[in-house]
Design a protein around this ligand. Structure first.
Ligand code: ADP
Ligand code: MG
Length: 252
């Protein structure tokens, strides 16, 4: 049975998608059958794995109940990594879902049948705490929270933790935090080092040891539709994501 992870932080641009794609790719390359579910209408994870963002059926059809996860699952360039793509139309789900009873657990219900086919399922959430992210959190056992080591890094984390507590209470008592992953870290700057120390002090035991450095190869890789391990396996970003994936697996 798969362990399901949501990659969530309502802030945009903190490295959620990059972390979801690269951790999923590393876990798959280590020999585990892995599924990445893209529930962000921006479809960055979909494109970042080389798929088009207008594939049918996609996760929108899954949430609407007109397709199963199996029907919406695509192969990727990585043998053991499969993808359920997103679609720009998914933006509409934010207003449609809340009007329907039981809509918070649509994704969880859709994933029940898929859980037997994978060891790891990662859900890339959009940059909000709206209905789509709630679906992601309700479907997951563990949350990975990417935190960019920049000014205001801690801002918003309290809101995220409140949402996690609410989802735990109302929808998913099994939900726990796998860890916070420090991302896009520029170790040369005093600010980034201060922020790292501050986050570790604030959340002792919750922050992964591995820090993801800012590395242009990481951003380039997504524009080529592949994980950084395939783009440049020896760059610092590829090494760091491999280490982070090991920590995620060990804590599973
Ligand atoms: P989110 O999903 O939280 O919005 P992304 O993963 O899309 O964030 O990252 C935001 C931008 O930063 C993207 O353009 C991505 O390519 C870039 N990026 C992410 N991680 C790194 C990194 N370690 N080094 C350099 N650029 C990065
Ligand atoms: Mg994203």
């Amino acid at each position: 049975m798969a362990t399901v992870y949501a990659i969530a932080n309502q802030k945009g641009g903190v490295g959620k998608t990059t972390t979801a794609v690269n951790v999923a790719a590393c876990i798959a390359e280590a020999g585990h059958d892995t599924l990445l579910v893209d529930i962000d209408p921006q479809a960055n994870a979909t494109v970042g794995l080389g798929a088009a963002k207008d594939v049918e059926p996609n996760v929108y059809d899954v949430l609407a109940g007109s397709a199963t996860i199996a029907e919406a699952t695509l192969a990727t360039g990585i043998e053991r990594l499969k993808l359920v793509p997103s679609h720009p139309d998914l933006a509409g789900a934010n207003s449609e879902l809340p009007r329907e009873a039981g809509s918070e657990v649509r994704l969880r219900e859709a994933l029940v049948a898929a859980r037997g086919h994978f060891e790891y399922i990662l859900i890339d959430c959009p940059p909000s705490l709206g209905p789509l992210t709630v679906n992601g959190l309700a479907a997951a056992e563990r949350v990975i929270v990417p935190v960019q080591t920049e000014y205001f890094a801690l801002e918003g984390l309290a809101g995220l933790l409140d949402t996690l507590a609410l989802v735990q209470r109302e929808l998913n008592p099994r939900l726990t935090i796998a860890g916070m992953a420090l991302t896009m870290h520029d170790g040369r700057t005093r600010l980034a080092r201060d922020v790292e120390r501050e986050v570790r002090e604030h959340f002792p035991a919750l922050v992964f040891d591995t820090v993801i450095p800012r590395n242009v190869r990481v951003g380039e890789a997504s524009s080529f539709g592949r994980p950084v391990a395939h783009h440049d396996p020896h760059c610092p970003g590829a090494h760091a994501y491999l280490e982070l994936a090991k920590e995620v697996v060990v804590r599973a």
